[in-house]
Design a protein around this ligand. Structure first.
Ligand SMILES: NC(=O)c1ccc[n+]([C@@H]2O[C@H](COP(=O)([O-])OP(=O)(O)OC[C@H]3O[C@@H](n4cnc5c(N)ncnc54)[C@H](O)[C@@H]3O)[C@@H](O)[C@H]2O)c1
Length: 269
């Protein structure tokens, strides 16, 4: 990994105490970036920041935040600027899932998922862009917003209707944000994983048994690999960090409004 690829970049990542967010924070810092780890779970966020600071390339801070609250997003942006002097990149990764069949969805399920995955992304994008606009355009590179979508941003999955709705929303925020923020020299792109082994998926595996969609542990993984993936294995956070780094780096400066699938070929099935 090039230790200078992201040198001088100050990056806020939401939901970075765990899973893909933590892996990307560590990877960005290995490449020279300073990162703000924003999460509901301050203990684990601080542990990720401590690992990064001990590793000794980029620096990290941890901030407790609930992405569903505007003031928390504004506070996380302000903490990034206080610690590192400015913000160049925002990555909106916090997310959750709770499967329900269509007729079993209730308002609590809808509000919980839509609030975190879609409203939380919109608020994070807006508060980060507000600071970028106040900083004024960078000389020769755009500011970057990176949205974490999903295979569920493009495929209707009957057992996770609300999650799909929320992640189609992330795709819309990527498209509309790219258009709405272009005049400020801010690009908006994203990536869309399929199955990544993280705490979110481990919980989902159990929840799918609980609603009667699957019968045994690990069956959801196996069914997806066998029926939908061209690359016949699930993925891990390390499969994701290369594409996320590309989107954070100058190599993607001429891209905006794109969501790249990292899903083993699921989206073409
Ligand atoms: N794991 C997968 O298979 C998969 C596939 C496609 C997309 N995704 C998406 O990737 C992103 C990261 O997922 P992951 O699998 O790494 O999950 P994870 O559960 O390991 O991490 C999610 C993090 O988000 C945090 N979080 C949840 N609600 C929050 C809130 N209101 N405010 C702040 N932080 C909050 C959690 O505390 C946790 O640290 C999510 O947006 C998820 O939808 C995951």
């Amino acid at each position: 990994m090039d230790p200078n690829r992201l040198k001088g970049k100050n990056i806020l990542i939401t939901g970075a105490a765990s899973g893909m967010g933590a892996a990307n924070a560590e990877s960005f810092a290995e490449q020279g970036a300073n990162v703000c780890i924003g999460d509901l779970d301050l203990g684990n966020a601080q542990a990720v920041a401590d690992r990064i600071n001990a590793a000794g390339n980029g620096h990290a801070i941890a901030v407790e935040m609930n992405v569903t609250r505007r003031e928390d997003n504004a506070r996380a942006v302000a903490a990034t600027v206080d610690a590192f002097g400015s913000i160049n990149i925002g990555m909106f990764n916090a997310g959750l899932n709770k499967p329900r069949f269509f007729m079993d969805i209730d308002e609590d399920n809808w509000d919980m998922i839509m609030d975190v995955n879609t409203k939380g992304m919109w608020l994070g994008m807006q508060e980060t862009a507000r600071q970028m606009i106040a900083q004024g355009p960078m000389e020769d590179h755009p500011y970057k917003l990176i949205n974490v979508g999903s295979i569920a941003s493009r495929k209707p999955l009957v057992d996770v209707t609300v999650y799909c709705t929320s992640k189609y929303g992330c795709l819309a925020l990527t498209h509309c944000g790219a258009i709405g923020l272009a005049e400020h020299n801010i690009t908006v792109n994203g990536f869309a994983p399929g199955v990544v082994v993280t705490p979110l998926w481990e919980q989902l595996d159990q929840d799918l048994i609980d609603i009667g969609f699957k019968e045994r542990e690990g069956q959801a993984y196996e069914d997806i690999v066998n029926n939908f993936l061209q690359i016949k294995r699930v993925s891990y956070p390390n499969d994701i960090i290369g594409t996320a780094s590309f989107l954070a780096s100058h190599d993607s400066d001429y891209m905006t409004g794109q969501m790249i699938h990292i899903d083993g070929g699921w989206c073409i099935q």
